[in-house]
Structures are given as structure tokens and as C-alpha cells.
Design a protein around this ligand. Structure first.
Ligand code: MYR
Length: 185
């Protein structure tokens, strides 16, 4: 008879990768609902979701770099492409595109092709100021900080607010040069 429980850490990770999409979406919804109950103010929920995402992002970058095999990006444009085409695909299962570059190449938009976080979601009037998907902006900010890029990540279009797409604006604030750890002499 086949074993009921996974026998190793690898088996656990393998099954987590195939977590049911509806369960994922409903679990996220339950977290947002609980935060609304606990924190009462929509603004506070926005901040908390962003912070939770940031905490996830600072951990997730290691897995991203290990699994994706992407090498160091030459500039912020390449980084934005990698986030949209590889990062979103890997962790959310959706592709995204990069648009709206500013003239100096430090600010762009990532437009999601789809957003599984919002399946089944309709916001009541009391939640109109809520950025329901703020966890995603936090994830991107946290992950980029781990590769030395301080960014500001904000939603500029949100279908739950009546817009025609989900669009994240990613603004590079500061790029900290990484120090070479050894002296040459
Ligand atoms: C480099 O070191 O230059 C590569 C930097 C790549 C950063 C990729 C960040 C991935 C963020 C994933 C976001 C997923 C959101 C669901």
C-alpha cells in the first residue's frame, strides 16, 4: 500500500507546488477579511498587507534566484522584465507585461494578464479604499530590496476599483551598489 504521509521534505515541497488554486484564493480572502475585522481601518489593512508581502518577498527572492537561473540583470529595465515574465509566472502562475517607462528608465508599470487573487471577490462599499492585492506590491518591493534595489511599488489600476486592468507601478528610488567582498591586493 502506498504511504499516506510524505516521507521527506522534498515530497512536501512537491505537493505544495500543486496547491489547489481555489484554496489559495479563498485562503488569501480569509486573511484579508480577518485583517479588516481586526484592524477596522482600511488604510491599516493596506499597510499590513504590504508589510506581509514585503516579509514574503525578502524570503522568496532566494527561491526565485535558485529556481529561475536568471543571471544578474544589466539594468532596471531587464529587472522589470524578469519580474513580469518570470517572477509572476513562477509564483502566481500568470504572465505580466511591462509598459509605461519613464524617460530615465527608473519607473514602469507591470500589467497583470490575470489575477487569481481576486477570483470570487467583490468589495462591499465599506471597503472602497482597500487595495485588496497589496500583498503583491509588498512582495515585489521586498524581493527587490534583497537585490539592492529600493523601490516604491503602488497600484495605479485595480479592477476591484472599477479599472480595466491590474497595474503595478514600480519606481526605482535607489540602487545600492553591491560591495565586492574581497580586497584585490
Ligand atoms: C538580479 O539579481 O539582477 C536579478 C533580479 C531579479 C529580481 C526578481 C524579483 C522577483 C520578484 C517576484 C515577484 C512575484 C510576485 C508574485
Amino acid at each position: 500500500m502506498a504511504p499516506v504521509a510524505p516521507r521527506s521534505g522534498d515530497a512536501i515541497f512537491a505537493s505544495v507546488e500543486h496547491v489547489n488554486a481555489e484554496l489559495f484564493t479563498l485562503t488569501y480572502g480569509a486573511i484579508v477579511r480577518q485583517l479588516l475585522t481586526d484592524l477596522e481601518e482600511v488604510e491599516e489593512v493596506n499597510k499590513q498587507l504590504d508589510q506581509m508581502g514585503y516579509n514574503i518577498g525578502v524570503r522568496l527572492i532566494d527561491e526565485f534566484l535558485a529556481k529561475s537561473n536568471v543571471s544578474r540583470c544589466v539594468d532596471f529595465k531587464e529587472t522589470a522584465d524578469v519580474i513580469a515574465k518570470v517572477g509572476f509566472k513562477m509564483f502566481l502562475g500568470v504572465g505580466a507585461s511591462v509598459t509605461n517607462w519613464d524617460a530615465d528608465g527608473t519607473c514602469c508599470s507591470i500589467v497583470l494578464g490575470d489575477n487569481p487573487l481576486v477570483d470570487f471577490v467583490e468589495l462591499p462599499d465599506t471597503c472602497q479604499g482597500l487595495y485588496y492585492c497589496n500583498i503583491l506590491s509588498g512582495v515585489v518591493r521586498g524581493a527587490l530590496e534583497m537585490v539592492s534595489m529600493k523601490t516604491e511599488v503602488t497600484w495605479v489600476r485595480d479592477m476591484l476599483r472599477g479599472d480595466d486592468a491590474f497595474e503595478l507601478q514600480v519606481k526605482l528610488l535607489k540602487q545600492v551598489p553591491e560591495e565586492y567582498p574581497y580586497k584585490d591586493d
